[in-house]
Design a protein around this ligand. Structure first.
Ligand code: SAM
Length: 255
C-alpha cells in the first residue's frame, strides 16, 4: 500500500492525512474549478472577491501576495489594482491549479505583473516584511494549521501592511442557516458528481463531498478573529457577506 492509498483517519474537519488529501482534491478538480465555483455560487463568487478588494486602500505600485491562489482569479483582480508599477505573487501547492492560473495569465495585457509560485502556505518562501498586502481567499478551511498559516501571512507582510482573509461561514439567521446547510450538504456534493464522478480520493470522500465537511468545526466570527489576534494581527475586524455565507477578516501588522 503506498502513501496515496493509506486510509485517512478522520477527526472532525481536521484529520490525519489532510494535506495529502487536499492536494489530491485540487489535482482532480483543477480543470473544472472555475466553472464549478461559478455554478455553485450562482456567479456571485466574483462579487465576494470584489467586496474584499474594495477594503484595500490601493494607490498603485504595491507588492501583494495571494496565498493559496488556486487558479489565480483573485491575483488577476489584484493585478488590476496595483497596476504596471506593482507586483502580485500567487502561491499554491497544487501544480495543477497553478497550471490553470498560468494559462490565464498568458492572456493578460500585462502578464509581467503577476507571478505564480509553487509553495506551502505554512512555510512561505519569502523574507519577513516583504509585501504591502497579504490575501487569502477560500483556503483556510483546507489548511492543517490555521494559526500557523495566519502567522506566516503576518510574517511576510510589511510593518504598516495589511492581511486579509476570506472564507465560507455558516449564516446565523435560522432560516438562512437551514437553507444553507441543505444546499451545502446535499446539493453541492450532488452537483460535484458531474465532475468528481463520486470517486473516492485517498480512500476518503470524493472531492466535492469534502466541501460541506470542511466547515464542520471550522471557526468563524469572533472565534476566528481571535486566531488572527493570537497570531499577532492588530486592529482586527471582520464583516459578513451574503447573509453570513462568507466572512472577510482583516487587520494590520503594526509592529
Ligand atoms: C478552494 S481553493 C481557493 C483558490 C483561490 N484562492 C480562490 O479564491 O479561488 C484552495 C486552494 O488552496 C490551496 N492550498 C491548500 N492548502 C495549501 C497549503 N498548505 N499551501 C499552499 N496551497 C494550499 C489548494 O491547492 C487550492 O488551490
Amino acid at each position: 500500500m503506498n502513501n496515496k492509498q493509506k486510509k485517512i483517519e478522520v477527526i472532525g474537519h481536521q484529520f490525519v492525512g489532510k494535506e495529502e488529501y487536499i492536494k489530491r482534491v485540487f489535482q482532480n478538480i483543477a480543470p473544472y474549478y472555475d466553472v464549478m465555483n461559478k455554478i455553485m455560487t450562482w456567479g456571485i463568487v466574483d462579487r465576494w472577491r470584489h467586496l474584499l478588494i474594495n477594503k484595500i486602500p490601493f494607490q498603485g505600485g504595491e507588492k501583494v501576495l495571494d496565498v493559496c491562489t488556486g487558479t489565480g482569479e483573485m491575483a488577476f483582480l489584484l493585478a488590476e489594482k496595483v497596476g504596471i508599477e506593482g507586483k502580485v505573487i500567487g502561491i499554491d501547492f497544487s501544480q495543477e491549479m497553478l497550471q490553470c492560473a498560468r494559462k490565464k495569465a498568458a492572456r493578460l495585457k500585462h502578464p509581467e505583473i503577476v507571478t505564480f509560485v509553487r509553495g506551502d502556505a505554512l512555510k512561505l518562501p519569502f523574507s519577513a516584511d516583504t509585501f504591502d498586502y497579504v490575501i487569502m481567499g477560500f483556503a483556510l478551511r483546507n489548511i492543517t494549521d490555521i494559526l500557523e498559516a495566519v502567522k506566516e501571512m503576518i510574517r511576510v507582510c510589511k510593518k504598516g501592511g495589511m492581511v486579509f482573509c476570506q472564507d465560507i461561514s455558516c449564516p446565523q439567521n435560522l432560516i438562512l442557516k437551514a437553507g444553507f446547510k441543505l444546499y451545502f450538504t446535499q446539493f453541492v456534493p450532488l452537483l460535484g458528481r458531474l465532475v468528481d464522478k463520486g470517486e473516492k480520493l485517498c480512500n476518503y470522500l470524493p472531492a466535492y463531498s469534502w466541501l460541506p465537511l470542511s466547515l464542520q468545526g471550522f471557526p468563524q466570527g469572533e472565534e476566528m478573529m481571535q486566531h488572527f489576534i493570537d497570531a499577532g494581527l492588530q486592529e482586527g475586524k471582520y464583516f459578513t457577506i451574503s447573509g453570513g455565507i462568507v466572512t472577510v477578516y482583516w487587520g494590520k501588522k503594526i509592529k
